[in-house]
Ligand binder design. Structure first.
Ligand SMILES: NC(=O)c1ccc[n+]([C@@H]2O[C@H](COP(=O)([O-])OP(=O)(O)OC[C@H]3O[C@@H](n4cnc5c(N)ncnc54)[C@H](OP(=O)(O)O)[C@@H]3O)[C@@H](O)[C@H]2O)c1
Length: 379
């Protein structure tokens, strides 16, 4: 594993971190974590040199922190830096924010949270955090030794993102960054700006939730035609690690194969390792992705629960596959015969609640009726 110094104490942190938002589950949707498989995977990751784990109170239906507390028993906790967050979804007052930190220490079975982030900071969420004085709360927790490093994660556009960077003496931040998303949210400029201000930058959604690992999308053909024998996932990860400003890349790996591949790539990549030809290949792949009209849903699930029960990420997965046109019946079959009626796009009443929460700013309430019109056999 490759390591980089992180934070004021120059901690030795693996450049590949384990994102715990997509751990193996018992079945699809909001189903419980498959604790046996997930524990094995996390321990394998740590044994392979990964020492940064990222979670949040809201992941896996609010069960992920307690699960990690159990999974890291037997000496694994001591070998990792644990990152968790203050999610607006679970706090409504200053008192809630204070109590959450105690609860998290308890759930994670630890005396100290290594990395603490304000989660998914939007303008509204920042106003709330300012109103309740959240920075005092977490700085006080740091003085008591309950938190080590303080940061924030955000999917907001660059102008607000840079304001956030300047708003506190943060140790680090977390942004979405991959070769397809270099011109949205914080952008490459945001990455460079944060790093120039001394923040360590942690990357989320490096494979856009898995889309960029697929071999059946047009960008995969571009990679296939190149001289390199790299998978689409490898190309994407290598492109990110080519940036010297990147500290840690979090990937939501959920199998041993993915873990092994990503660890190998982490070791073999780094700033300046891509040639001009490689960068041109990635640029062509980016253009191919953009021209494929895929809905940019990364299945993060932040839009859920839908008040009408629509399984929004599943609807986009089916629709995106349908748009590829490889098998014209597949989307129709999946929509009509392999999805519970209560989860279908046809239940959408365009209330827009999901759009307020979608980090990718997808016009969900416009797309759901379109998906229903396109795929439902009853139309
Ligand atoms: N703070 C925030 O607002 C926020 C938001 C999003 C994410 N995060 C954090 O960032 C972490 C990383 O984001 P992410 O989970 O979206 O990461 P990601 O790496 O973009 O996507 C993870 C998915 O990519 C696929 N994958 C990973 N490695 C692969 C490989 N070598 N070959 C083929 N497929 C591979 C798997 O998909 P399949 O399951 O389809 O196999 C996996 O579930 C999250 O887990 C979470 O901890 C934070």
């Amino acid at each position: 594993m490759r390591y980089k110094p992180f934070g004021k104490n120059k901690e030795k942190i693996s450049v590949l971190g384990m994102g715990c938002m997509r751990l193996p589950t018992m079945s699809t949707g909001l189903s419980p974590i498959d604790e046996k498989r997930a524990t094995t995977l996390i321990r394998q990751a740590i044994d392979m040199g990964i020492n940064y784990l990222d979670t949040a109170p809201v992941y896996h239906n609010e069960t992920c922190e307690s699960f990690l507390g159990r999974a890291l028993r037997g000496g694994y906790r001591e070998r990792t830096m644990l990152a968790t967050k203050m999610s607006r979804k679970v706090v409504n007052s200053r008192e809630d924010c204070r109590e959450l930190i105690s609860l998290q220490l308890n759930r994670l079975c630890t005396d100290q949270i290594d990395m603490y982030l304000l989660h998914n900071v939007t303008k509204d969420i920042w106003s709330f955090f300012e109103k309740v004085g959240v920075l005092d709360i977490i700085e006080n927790a740091r003085e008591r030794g309950e938190i080590k490093y303080i940061g924030f994660s955000s999917h907001e556009e660059n102008d607000f993102f840079t304001k956030l960077v300047d708003s506190h003496d943060w140790d680090f931040c977390q942004i979405q960054f991959n070769y397809v998303d270099q011109d949205i949210q914080a952008k490459k400029e945001g990455l460079e700006y944060a790093a120039s201000k001394g923040l360590d930058v942690v990357i989320m959604e490096p494979l856009k939730g898995g889309i960029l690992a697929r071999r059946d999308l047009p960008f995969a053909d571009v990679f296939q035609a190149s001289k390199r024998n790299w998978s689409p996932a490898e190309w994407s990860l290598r492109w990110i690690w080519n940036h010297p400003e990147v500290s840690v890349v979090l990937s939501g790996m959920n199998s041993l194969d993915q873990l092994q591949e990503n660890c190998r790539v982490a070791e073999d990549s780094g700033p300046g390792t891509l040639s001009a030809d490689d960068l041109e290949t990635v640029e062509q792949a980016r253009k191919a992705f953009k021209s494929s009209n895929q809905v940019p849903c990364s299945s993060c699930g932040y839009c859920l629960p839908c008040p009408q029960g629509v399984n929004i990420p599943r609807m986009f997965t089916i629709y995106n596959n349908h748009l590829l046109g490889n098998d014209s019946d597949w989307g129709v079959t999946m929509y009509n015969f392999s999805t519970a009626k209560s989860e279908l796009a046809s239940n959408c009443i365009s209330c827009g609640k999901c759009e307020e929460k979608c980090p990718q700013k997808i016009p969900i309430s416009k797309l759901m009726p379109e998906i229903s019109r396109t795929l439902s056999v009853s139309h």
